[in-house]
Write a protein that binds this ligand. Structure first.
Ligand code: PMP
Ligand code: GLN
Length: 413
């Protein structure tokens, strides 16, 4: 719908699909398997440090680049976990979530009409940030998952989404400025392997592209491992690596993110970022510093919890007869709801909160041409096991025993 006061380059963005679906979930007390936020609290070490920071008077503006303790903790994390060394003073900057880091990077690096490569299905904030920067988005599609060709009627393993690097190569042109890469990937749940990342790195080097990587699900990988693009040959000097505490420490509402890159790239991001929010969440930055400083246990814990949740949801959806991907990472799985009698995923998602007491997100929201993904739906598996079980029970049309639970989402509350 056209918004009369909105600039033309942002027409059509409307309200995000996540906000829409959470609003429907709240209205109908539905189990919210739509918007990706967990119903677990952050680790006690993070809460204690954030509360302590508030009581100790850390309630005013943080330095624009972020509080030093957090930048040091990020540097230590990148070195320990990924073997990437960054100087906390010149090569790391803290942002208001990964969302601001992505926007700040695109605003800092793209001239008008530069082209930005994005994997499709695409997270909505990328398209909006590219539009705000006045750049042009070029999408490189994943091949959607499909049942095996021999397709036994009982088959419910939907396979996986597949990225063909040839298609990425074909999308590069004279105006291509940068690649915005997301792995582990929302919404497909795909995790790009080392061979694919090497091929992508070779293209970036050959065509002298910058890379901006969104790695917010870096600790939510269940099959394979997360490899930052910056670790591949020739990439550290041309990559802005972005992550955030939201998924790793179950604090999506804290909006503490960061960007790591060589000094000239970080300086560029700092310039735009200081005029977006300047800085934010000072005590929360202290909380995240403490959580990052607590070593590997909280990091592997979140992965183990989420793997169990993924398996429970996958088995539940498959048990209903919906072919479902066993995603290698992230909060999300993809299910084909056509065998449940819903050939149109979007219609299903708009009706499901009222009709079934369950919210989910249609895959069509992440693509330009919905035809190949028409019956595919993204379900968020980042909820308590009892909530996931209840969601599956409701989708199965069986008698419900509870409402969606207290953690339906903040929208409208
Ligand atoms: N990138 C991806 C791929 C996401 O799924 C999300 C949503 N959680 C974000 C970025 C946003 O991260 P943040 O909340 O830290 O801004
Ligand atoms: N990243 C979350 C998701 O994919 C949504 C975040 C948001 O609502 N902006 O569900």
């Amino acid at each position: 719908m056209r918004q009369p006061q909105l600039v033309s380059r942002l027409q059509g963005f409307g309200t995000t699909i996540f906000s829409e679906m959470t609003a429907l979930a709240v209205e109908h007390e539905a189990v919210n398997l739509g918007q990706g936020f967990p119903d677990t609290d952050p680790p006690e070490v993070a809460i204690a440090a954030a509360s302590e920071a508030m009581r100790a008077g850390h309630n005013q503006y943080a330095p624009g680049p972020g509080v030093p303790a957090l930048r040091s903790a990020i540097a230590e994390h990148q070195q320990r976990v990924h073997g990437l060394r960054y100087d906390p003073d010149t090569e790391i900057t803290v942002t208001f979530g990964a969302t601001e880091a992505v926007a700040a990077a695109l605003l800092a690096l793209c001239e008008r009409d530069d082209e930005v490569l994005v994997l499709e299905p695409a997270y909505d904030a990328y398209t909006a940030a590219i539009a705000m920067a006045g750049a042009t988005e070029r999408r490189v599609p994943f091949a959607p998952p499909a049942l095996p060709a021999d397709g036994a009627a009982s088959a419910t393993d939907l396979g996986a989404w597949h990225l063909d690097v040839e298609r990425l190569s074909a999308a590069i042109g004279p105006r291509t400025r940068l690649l915005l890469l997301n792995s582990p990937h929302n919404p497909t749940g795909a995790v790009l392997d080392e061979a694919t990342l090497d091929a992508i790195a070779a293209l970036c080097v050959e065509h002298d592209l910058l890379a901006v990587t969104d790695e917010v699900y870096e600790h939510l990988v269940f099959d394979g491992e997360h490899v930052p693009l910056a670790t591949r040959p020739g990439m550290r000097e041309r990559t802005i690596t972005i992550s955030s505490a939201g998924k790793t420490f179950s604090c999506t509402g804290w909006k503490v993110g960061w960007a790591c890159a060589p000094p000239e790239l970080v300086a560029a991001v700092r310039t735009t970022k200081q005029f977006l929010s300047f800085s934010g969440g000072t005590p929360l930055q202290h909380g995240v510093a403490a959580a990052l400083g607590a070593g590997d246990v909280p990091l592997s814990h979140v992965g183990q919890v989420q793997r169990r949740r993924r398996d429970l949801l996958v088995e539940g959806l498959r048990g209903l007869g919906a072919p479902t991907t066993r995603s290698a990472g992230t909060y999300f799985v993809t299910a084909d709801v056509a065998p449940l009698g819903h050939p149109d995923g979007e219609a299903f998602c708009r009706a499901a909160p009222a009709a079934h007491g369950v919210a989910a997100v249609p895959m069509s929201a992440f693509v330009r041409d919905p035809a190949p993904v028409r019956s595919l739906v993204r379900f968020a598996a980042c909820k308590d096991e009892a909530v996931l079980a209840e969601g599956v029970r409701r989708l199965g049309g069986l008698e419900t025993t509870a409402t969606g639970g207290a953690r339906g989402g903040e929208t409208g509350v």
